[in-house]
Every structure is written in structure tokens, then in C-alpha cells.
Design a protein around this ligand. Sequence first.
Ligand SMILES: NC(=O)c1ccc[n+]([C@@H]2O[C@H](COP(=O)([O-])OP(=O)(O)OC[C@H]3O[C@@H](n4cnc5c(N)ncnc54)[C@H](OP(=O)(O)O)[C@@H]3O)[C@@H](O)[C@H]2O)c1
Length: 221
Amino acid sequence: MTPNPRTIAILGGAGKEGSGLALRWGYAGHRVLIGSRSAERAEAAASELNAELATGPISGMTNGAAAAAADLVVLTVPYAAQQETAMEVATELAGKILVDVTAPLKPPRVSVVQLPEGGSAAVALQERLGDMVTVVAAFQNISAHHLRDLDHVMDCDVLVSADDADDADQVIALVNDAGMKGWHSGPLANSAAAEALTSVLIALNRRYKVPGSGIRITGIE
Ligand SMILES: NC(=O)c1ccc[n+]([C@@H]2O[C@H](COP(=O)([O-])OP(=O)(O)OC[C@H]3O[C@@H](n4cnc5c(N)ncnc54)[C@H](OP(=O)(O)O)[C@@H]3O)[C@@H](O)[C@H]2O)c1
């Protein structure tokens, strides 16, 4: 159990990536608030996840209610809904870290790198939200399939792109609590590399017929 339990909102948390993170953080002892456009959908997802945990630390509510009640917020919605979802709760995000998990995939060619014009979807989101919110990018390269299975040992690392080292450390602590190793991989602009890697990993999954390839950083003690 984590010695520093936090209240974490996951916007879009009833989906694949968000529910995997919710399960891992709930298991680690954090209070998790699943956000959704539909409170009923969030409540159903929370009940399903709590059934796998002894403690039941996961609740479901609207995205706005989750963002308001949390001390840190995570965004796990498709790229097409990234800015709109965050802007809808911009007031509730003020003064908080927003961990952006979005990979700028453009269906149907999701295994081909197609970064947005400015380079990074996370930087574009930070510009849209302004200085009141601190965007940190992470988890774009982590398979939802593996997160959702608590018996699976997470054999991969997480690149955490953040302009401030203390903000990166807060997110790295959550990476560790989810069973992985996190690295401060430079400023938020460097999230372009992690965003691009998502399509590379999807291509690897298809080529080698696996549910979730990942990355590992070597050479650092
Ligand atoms: N799946 C993975 O393995 C994986 C791995 C790394 C990164 N990611 C990234 O994580 C993000 C989420 O991926 P996912 O696979 O979890 O997606 P998903 O299951 O398809 O969607 C997640 C949630 O987003 C909300 N949503 C969907 N369309 C929306 C819209 N038009 N407007 C507002 N909300 C919408 C839905 O929540 P409600 O209907 O409940 O509101 C949905 O449950 C993506 O950016 C993806 O690139 C995914």
C-alpha cells in the first residue's frame, strides 16, 4: 500500500486505458474517481473494478465532479476528444496537474506516426488550458490490456515529459505505484517522442501478434 494516498480523477476512466490505470492505483491504495460523460457509465465501471479489489476505493461520477474532487487529474480519452474534454472541466483543473495520456492517433491509420502540426498533442493542450493547469504527459506507451490484468507483471517503462522536475516526480511516484518504472524524459515538448512511439508499438503488436509491446530504458543505474 502506498504511504502517500492521493485522490486521482481519471477523465474517460471507464474506457480501456483509464480503467486499467484505475485498477492499478486502486490496488496500490489510492482513492480513484472514474470520470465519464455519463455518471451511470462511470458507476458501472467503478463497481466492476471494485469487485476485483478487496478495499473498493474506486468511485464513478461525471468528468466534472471527478476533476473537482481530485488533487491530480488524468486524461484518457481518444485524441479527437482530448481538448474538448479538458476544456469542459478547465475550472475544476485550476491549480492541479493534468496527466495527459493521449496519443494523437488518427484512425484508421493508427500504426503510422501522424503527429499534430505543432509536434506534440500535450503541448497543444497546455497552450489551450493556459498557466493555471500544469500538463504532464505520461503512459502513452502502456498497453491497456496488460494494465487491466493485475496478475501481469508490467515489464515496461514510462516516459514522463514535464517542464518541472517536481511535477515529474509526482507522476513518477504514481507510475511506480502502478507497477512500472518512470523516467523524467525532459520537457513537455519531448512528449512528441512518446506520442509517436504509440503508433510504433501498435505496428509492433500487429507484426508480432502480441497484445502490448512496450519500451525499456537501459544504461541508467
Ligand atoms: N488502449 C490502449 O492500450 C492505450 C495505450 C496507450 C495510450 N492510450 C491512449 O489513451 C487514450 C484512451 O484510450 P482508450 O483505448 O482507453 O480509449 P477508449 O476506451 O476508446 O475511450 C476512453 C473513454 O473516452 C471517452 N470518450 C470516447 N469518445 C469520446 C468523445 N467523443 N468525447 C468525449 N469522451 C469520449 C469515453 O468515456 P465516456 O463515454 O464514459 O465519457 C471512453 O470510455 C487515447 O488517447 C489513447 O491513444 C491508449
